[in-house]
Design a protein around this ligand. Sequence first.
Ligand SMILES: [Zn+2]
Ligand SMILES: [Zn+2]
Length: 349
Amino acid sequence: MKALVYHGAGEKAWEDVPDAAIHDRTDAVVRVDAVTICGTDLHILGGDVPEVTPGRILGHEAVGTVTAIGSGVCTLAVGDRVLISCITSCGRCRYCREARYGQCLGGGGWILGHLIDGTQAEYVRVPFADNSTHPIPNGVTDEQMIVLADILPTSYEVGVLNGAVRPGDVVAVVGAGPIGLAAILTAQLFSPSRIVAIDLADSRLEAARKFGADIVVNNSRDDPAAVIAELTSGLGADVTIEAVGTPQTFDMAVRLVRPGGHVANIGVHGAPATLHLEDIWSKNLTITTGLVDTYSTPTLIGLVASHQLDTSPMITHRFALGDFEAAYDTFARAAHTGALKVLLTRSDS
Ligand SMILES: [Zn+2]
Ligand SMILES: [Zn+2]
């Protein structure tokens, strides 16, 4: 089969590799029908994720069709269409028993395209397949489903639910990339009074409006604190969601929240960020961080199937499965290409 293989920082190739096969009795092999690229994949290619070693097949988000199951797989059958979750779950460890699958101690967690071969391939081995895939309801397309592999549950769980968005809240989302946009989309499930999107790129702010932001602020020109002060009689936002992962954007998320409010950090940070406790110790803030657990994926699938959540505007560019070179280039130059999520599909699917 063919797969996208990591060959060290900056190096990757779509090349022949041994076929994906069952190793453990709880494995399934899934034919990849649609796959996407994550910002995390760019970090890996930048050499920022040293656990990913040369020879690794990249990718942790896909939709596909089961082609083989191990003897211990109970709930899947060959021919089933499944969503492959970015988080693998053993289902038995202490964290999995608490639905904190991202912290799995039994061999799961974020392993696909990280510690084991991933989904940017014609076929992929999925460990603990019963717990690590989700059946796709009839009538739901691969394209609608693929953003539920990672970005929607991430934004919903780590942003909206950790941030405890409530009806009537003023919610500020710092960063309007795919993760910030997914937070804007899913925050609306809780009827906030205003969603304020903050970004440096007008193209992203335009997308934020399409996804449901009421107010957009380009912080290269305007002061988000002044905009939020005006909306909230000077108090600050009820919830701020950090969806970038830099010291500056984290600081902004903390500065924009009202006393008693929630700061939900989703951003993946590569450098230390300063928490100004000397300013905020008395503000009764709740600050949360997290890796997605994907416990919300069945809920999100139900919302997509019932047309209460429209994920389709998230896919902006489409490619054939083998065309990773062009797909990565388009995704990596998102500021120029306007790419949110790029989709690669099998030619016959
Ligand atoms: Zn991802
Ligand atoms: Zn586990």
